[in-house]
Design a protein around this ligand. Structure first.
Ligand code: NAI
Ligand code: MG
Length: 370
C-alpha cells in the first residue's frame, strides 16, 4: 500500500529542514505519495487562518504528517499583519500545531532525548530518555477566564479555600483550569508502558506533584499505579516534578521512560532536550491511535530562514519517528544508524555544533550512509 504523507513545511527554517527531510525520503525511496499543504504565518496574513480548511482536509486523507515549523506572534502584531480586509471579521490567531493536536486527538507527545556519541553538545554521553507528555488537556486544556464570569465565581465559592480570595474582584482574578480526565491519564501512562515493554526499557517514571496538587496529580498517580501492576517486568518510579528537575541534572543517566501531564511534560521535555544538544536534536511525535504528526520541536528561527544553516538533525530524527510509527523498521533503524554515524564522525557539523556545514550537507551525508 502506498502511504499518503502530508508535508507541511510551514515558515522560516521549517522549509530548510523539510528540504533536508526530502533528501532522506528520496533516498529511502519509501512507497509513499507526498502531499504538500499550506500552513503558517503567510496563510494567517492572507486568509486569516494559519491552518486553512483545505489543509485539514489533506490531513484527513493522509496516513500521517511531517511538519516543519511555524511562526507565531503576539496578538497586536498578528492583527497588524493581517490583510486589512479581514481585520473586522472576528478572526483570531490560533497555533496550528495546538489545533492539530486537538483536532486529531493526538494525545501522546513523545520526545526521545538520546545523547549521540560524538555530539559536542551532550551534557553526558550516556543519556537515553524518552518523555511521554499528555498532549490534549491538563493546564493546556484552554479553559481559561479573565475576568471571572460571576457564574464561575459562584461555583468556585463552593470551595472553602475560596474564602482567602473574598476581597478580590472578578476583574482582578484570572483562572486557568487544570483539567485531568481518568481516560487521558490512563492512555498516556499506558502508552509509556507499552513503549517501555516494546523497547525493553527498565523503568517508567511518572512525574507529578500529588502532595500539593492533590486532585489532578492524585488522579494521574492512582491510575499510573494501577497500570504499572500490569507490567511487572518494568520498574515503576514516582517523582515530584520539582525534584525531577534536580534529578535530571544530577543523574540523567538513571532515567529511561518518563510520563507526565501537559505543562510538566512541556517543561521536562525541554530540559531533557537540552541535556542532549538542544533544539537541533529535539524531535517529537504527536500521536493518536490512527494519525500522527512528526516535527522537530524548534520554531521557525526567522534570522536563519532560507540560509540552510541550521541543524537538520531534529527533523531527520522526526522522519525516523515517522518510519517507526509506519512500521518501516528497517528504514527507521538504518536512518537512525546513519544519523548516529554522521554525528560520531564530527566532520559534517552545523554551526550549533561548532562546524560550518550546511543543512543540506548534513542531510546528504546522512543520506549517503542510509
Ligand atoms: P526558534 O526555535 O525558532 O529559535 C531559537 C533559536 O534557536 C534560533 O535563533 C537558533 O539560534 C536556534 N535554533 C533553532 N532551531 C535550530 C536548529 N535546527 N539548528 C540550530 N539552531 C537552532 O525559537 P524562537 O526564536 O523563540 O521562535 C521563532 C518563531 O518560531 C516564533 O514565531 C515562535 O512562535 C515560533 N515557534 C514555533 C514552534 C513550532 O513550530 N513548533 C516552536 C517554537 C517556536
Ligand atoms: Mg515546548
Amino acid at each position: 500500500m502506498t502511504y499518503k504523507i502530508a508535508i507541511l513545511p510551514g515558515d522560516g527554517i521549517g522549509n530548510d529542514v523539510m528540504d533536508a527531510a526530502r533528501i532522506i525520503l528520496d533516498t529511502i525511496n519509501l512507497d509513499a505519495e507526498y502531499l504538500s499543504g499550506d500552513v503558517g504565518w503567510e496563510f494567517w496574513c492572507r486568509e486569516g487562518n494559519p491552518l486553512p480548511d483545505r489543509t485539514i482536509e489533506l490531513l484527513k486523507e493522509s496516513d500521517c504528517c511531517l511538519f516543519g515549523a511555524i511562526t507565531s506572534k503576539p496578538k497586536e502584531e498578528a492583527t497588524r499583519e493581517l490583510d486589512p480586509a479581514l481585520r473586522d471579521k472576528g478572526v483570531s490567531y490560533y497555533s496550528p500545531i495546538v489545533a492539530m493536536r486537538q483536532l486529531f486527538n493526538l494525545y501522546v507527545n513523545m520526545r526521545p532525548c538520546k545523547a549521540y556519541e560524538g555530539n559536542p553538545l551532550n551534557y553526558r554521553d550516556d543519556i537515553d530518555i524518552v518523555v511521554f507528555r499528555e498532549n490534549t488537556e491538563g493546564l493546556y486544556s484552554g479553559v481559561e477566564f479573565h475576568p471571572l464570569p460571576q457564574a464561575v465565581r459562584d461555583a468556585l465559592s463552593l470551595h472553602p479555600r475560596m474564602k482567602a480570595f473574598e476581597d478580590v474582584t472578578n476583574e482582578d482574578m484570572a483562572l486557568s483550569c487544570r483539567i485531568f480526565t481518568r481516560r487521558a491519564c490512563q492512555r498516556i501512562v499506558r502508552a509509556a508502558f507499552e513503549y517501555a515493554k516494546d523497547q525493553g526499557r527498565k523503568s517508567v517514571t511518572v512525574i507529578e506533584k500529588p502532595n500539593v496538587i492533590r486532585e489532578t496529580s492524585g488522579l494521574m498517580i492512582r491510575e499510573a499505579r494501577k497500570i504499572a501492576e500490569e507490567y511487572p517486568g518494568i520498574e515503576f518510579w514516582e517523582t515530584n516534578v520539582d525534584a525531577m528537575a534536580m534529578w535530571l541534572i544530577k543523574n540523567p543517566q538513571d532515567y529511561s521512560v518518563l510520563v507526565t501531564s501537559n505543562l510538566f511534560g512541556d517543561i521536562i521535555s525541554d530540559l531533557c532536550a537540552q541535556l542532549v544538544g538542544g533544539l537541533g536534536f529535539a524531535s517529537a511525535a504527536n500521536m493518536s491511535d490512527n494519525f500522527a504528526v512528526f516535527e522537530p520541536t524548534h520554531g521557525s528561527a526567522p534570522k536563519y530562514a532560507g540560509q540552510y544553516k541550521v541543524n537538520p538533525t531534529a527533523m531527520l530524527l522526526a522522519v525516523r519517528l515517522m518510519l517507526d510509527w509506519l512500521g518501516e523498521e528497517e528504514d527507521a533503524q538504518s536512518l537512525s544508524r546513519a544519523i548516529a554515524s554522521v554525528i560520531k564522525d564530527r566532520k559534517i557539523q552545523t554551526y550549533d555544533m561548532g562546524g560550518t556545514s550546511s543543512t543540506l550537507e548534513v542531510a546528504r551525508a546522512v543520506a549517503e550512509r542510509v
